[in-house]
Design a protein around this ligand. Structure first.
Ligand code: NFE
Length: 486
């Protein structure tokens, strides 16, 4: 007889993710990942001036807003056919990179480390599941001290991004055509000073602490692999056309090491098990949903179907909420690539780029994230040298009344895409696919579990009353539900 265990909310911030697992004979036999909130940004954007999207979509999330500003700017620039000056490309990279550094430090120290060390008997360390006492007292004290210093490092990361971004987390300087604030000698000097301090933190604390965690919990190199399918849109353009990136675009099926180029037309979103109108769970493969939604009202928004090319991954009808849909159990849609579930995130990026090929697991996700932080900090130092004080930062675009564009980038948690269609000078259709939708999606139209659901299957759980193994697998994906349910 399976015992069903609910972890809700399982995220430490970033919205409400509910994870339910069935445990039989000390193994996870079934897993359900459920986003419990509806937000509706794609519907809110319809009818807006397209220039507002980069400000509105940043409000999807307070952790990765810069990525949404970037994706939105790229989509509108593609639609209007405008290219941006080199200074603007570099400044955007610097602001986005500062946000990546902040987010990665947040994830390791403030969202994940608490799963592995027996901290002081006070908030936010309590309440917690029983944790093996594997770290020595001295190591535990050091890690707790670094937890505190990581708060300062995150503040410095925000200050770093604000040097060119004006303010963070939501930067107002992104515009279609470039950025609205340029480089000055003073800004470059301030930036370099903060960058040096952050680099010291990452080299002397984050990287060694991540290595220590890996040495202390080596079995987690064999836990939480999942399908092994990895996808990256790529990020940090190194030239005007975006052909060269610090972290390249590509896909790898089953961690083969054979990276293929991305075919955008192979992406779609599926809603059989999500609370949206459209496909329903197949009758021959019903999944018993863990529970119904928190009794939603009959809220219906009807959107025009737009026919545009290349086809967007979803279309109007998929954005119509259906809170009473039978068999559905999440507000996340299920993005698929060639109908397959794909993992995205720092490990996928570092893997696709050839920087990290040790394995695919809970611990590999932590190590790849830490190593990516160093890679990005090193690149930031080079980009700073390329800024031209007094050089152009903005190209005024011609605002086409009718156009379509796609903006692909990476957020700290993985591949992020925005699709926009403009008609009569207004947004007619907007589509966002976030990293956490890829990773934490529910089952798709073929009833295939999402990547994180699949990674949980077969996991040995030592104590079904306190399934800490489940917690560690879930947190290794760094789920953000604010983004996912956008
Ligand atoms: Ni809210 Fe986000 C990142 C995006 S995750 S943090 O990184 O988009 O889905």
């Amino acid at each position: 007889m399976a015992q069903q265990i609910t972890l809700d909310p399982v995220t430490r911030l970033e919205g409400h993710l509910s994870v339910k697992v069935d445990v039989s004979d000390s193994q996870v036999s079934n897993a359900y990942s459920s986003g419990t909130l509806y937000r509706g940004f794609e519907n809110i954007l319809v009818g807006c001036d397209p220039r507002d999207a980069m400000h509105i979509t940043q409000r999807v999330c307070g952790v990765c807003p810069v990525s949404h500003g970037m994706a939105s700017s790229l989509a509108l620039e593609a639609a209007w056919g405008v290219s941006i000056p080199a200074n603007a490309r570099i400044i955007r990279n610097l602001i986005l990179a500062a946000n990546f550094v902040q987010s990665h430090i947040l994830h390791f120290y403030h969202l994940s480390l608490l799963d592995f060390i027996d901290g002081p008997a006070m908030l936010p360390w309590t309440p917690h599941y029983a944790i093996e006492a594997r770290f020595s007292q001295a190591q535990t004290a050091t890690l707790i001290d670094h937890y505190r210093q990581a708060l300062v490092a995150r503040q410095q990361s925000h200050e770093l991004g604000a040097v060119f971004g004006g303010k963070l987390p939501h930067t107002p300087v992104f515009e279609a055509g470039g950025v609205t604030a340029g480089p000055t000698s003073s800004r470059i000097n301030t930036f370099r000073g903060l960058l040096t301090q952050l680099t010291t933190f990452v080299e002397q604390m984050y990287l060694p602490d991540a290595e220590l965690l890996a040495q202390t919990y080596p079995e987690y190199f064999n836990i939480g692999r999942g399908y092994g399918n990895l996808l990256a849109f790529g990020v940090f353009d190194l030239d005007a056309a975006g052909q060269n990136k610090l972290l390249r675009r590509g896909v790898d099926f089953n961690g083969s090491g054979q990276v293929q180029s991305l075919n955008l037309g192979a992406i779609n979103e599926q809603v059989a098990y999500a609370w949206y109108e459209g496909a329903s769970p197949p009758a021959d493969n019903p999944v018993t949903p863990p529970s119904g939604p928190a009794n939603g009202s009959q809220h219906k928004v009807y959107l025009p179907l737009i026919s545009y090319s290349p086809p967007p991954p979803t279309n109007g009808d998929l954005n119509v909420p259906a809170p009473d849909k039978a068999g559905a159990y999440s507000w996340l849609k299920a993005p698929r690539y060639q109908q397959h579930p794909f993992e995205t995130g720092p490990l996928a990026r570092m893997w696709i780029n050839g920087n990290y090929r040790r394995g695919i697991s809970v611990m590999d996700r932590h190590l790849a994230r830490a190593q990516e932080t160093r890679l990005i900090l090193q690149a930031m130092s080079n980009w700073l040298n390329q800024l031209q004080v007094g050089g152009a930062c903005y190209t005024r675009p011609t605002a086409l009344a009718s156009a379509q564009g796609i903006g692909l980038t990476e957020a700290p948690r993985g591949a992020l895409g925005h699709w926009v269609a403009i008609s009569g000078g207004q947004i007619a259709h907007y589509d966002i696919i976030t990293p956490t939708c890829w990773n934490c999606s529910p089952r798709d139209n073929q009833s295939q579990p999402g990547p994180m659901e699949y990674a949980l299957l077969g996991t040995t759980v030592a104590n079904a009353e306190e399934p800490i193994e489940v917690l560690r697998i879930v947190h290794s994906y760094d789920p953000c539900l604010a983004c996912a349910v956008h």
